[in-house]
Design a protein around this ligand. Structure first.
Ligand SMILES: N[C@H](CCC[C@H](N)C(=O)O)C(=O)O
Length: 293
């Protein structure tokens, strides 16, 4: 019998970004790519990101998170999912454990979380990575505010020179006049797989409405078009501020709702604030994992 058979999960969302939370603290099991894809294939547990909790690694942290995309690949960051995990760890009657302050960890670093109200959380997403080798990019750009991509879309010659930012995962941001006018399913995968991004990239189309407001559409690496992407919102605000298009704090409007992002002057950390929602709990059917190694 697979370890995950009959295991409890929470189906949540952060602004419509579909998140499944699985608590494996106390277990040595590491979810495989095939298991992640099997969980994604069931309508009750389907996700854009699967957030798996493991026992804490670094001192002073409450849990270590592994983050899986729909295709089974792993990411170092997921802003919306981190808020959902934070909710589960302070409010779910089974997962939560008493704690003063909450610090989560991923392979990309530490994520301190603050609860503002029942369902609203601020995540300290840490320092943005702005140098080409940290993002990472293939070529040694001295300035990542505008890079060149290999991909050309003949119908959209304006899609040139995105900004690149790492938030624990790679992001490229194209600056556009109308973010709604792009067919993400057609254009997104082309840029996601552009050879300039050795680890692929999350691809955003950003429309700066005014210095306090950006409208954003995101094609996510390994997951496709989603209703919201927290780390992309952080990357877009940092890139916009670096280009002088916005200040260091702005509202980012995504199809699923708004996030407030601040690139804090004092220490350069990026703070993301937004809603979480619990949809239902469930238990994985053993049949899901037949054939998943
Ligand atoms: N939806 C997530 C991002 C997932 C990132 C993932 N698609 C990748 O980097 O592979 C967020 O709210 O930040």
């Amino acid at each position: 019998m697979n370890t995950l058979s009959n295991h409890r999960f929470l189906k949540m969302n952060g602004l419509g970004n579909e998140i499944t939370v699985l608590d494996l603290r106390g277990s040595p099991h590491v979810v495989s790519a095939a298991e992640a894809r099997a969980i994604a294939a069931d309508p009750r547990s389907r996700f854009d990101q699967l957030m798996v909790l493991h026992d804490p690694v670094s001192p002073g942290t409450n849990a270590y998170m592994r983050i899986y995309n729909t295709d089974g690949s792993e990411s170092g960051a997921c802003g919306n999912g981190t808020r959902c995990v934070a909710w589960a760890m302070v409010a779910d009657p089974i997962m939560s454990r008493p704690t003063e302050g909450l610090v989560l960890e991923t392979k990309a670093g530490l994520l301190p979380v603050t609860r503002l109200s029942n369902t609203v959380f601020t995540v300290d997403m840490g320092l943005p990575r702005l140098s080409w080798n940290e993002i990472p990019l293939r070529d040694p750009y001295p300035d990542t505010r505008a890079i060149a991509v290999d991909t050309q879309i003949p119908e959209h010659p304006e899609l040139q020179n995105p900004s690149a930012v790492g938030m624990g995962n790679p992001h490229a941001i194209f600056w556009v006049k109308d973010a709604e006018s792009y067919d993400l399913a057609v254009i997104g995968p082309k840029f996601e797989h552009d050879p300039v991004f050795p680890e692929r990239a999350n691809i955003s189309f950003a429309e700066v409405v005014n210095p306090d407001h950006i409208v954003l559409r995101v094609w996510e690496r390994g997951a496709g078009a989603t209703r919201a992407c927290g780390s992309a919102a952080c990357a877009a605000l940092v890139a916009a501020a670096r280009k002088g298009l916005t200040g260091r704090k702005a509202k980012i409007s995504l199809p699923g709702g708004d996030l407030v992002i601040e690139w804090r002057e004092s220490d350069g950390h990026v703070l993301m604030t937004g809603e979480t929602e619990l949809e239902h709990e469930g238990f994985f059917s053993p049949a899901l994992f037949a054939g998943a190694a």
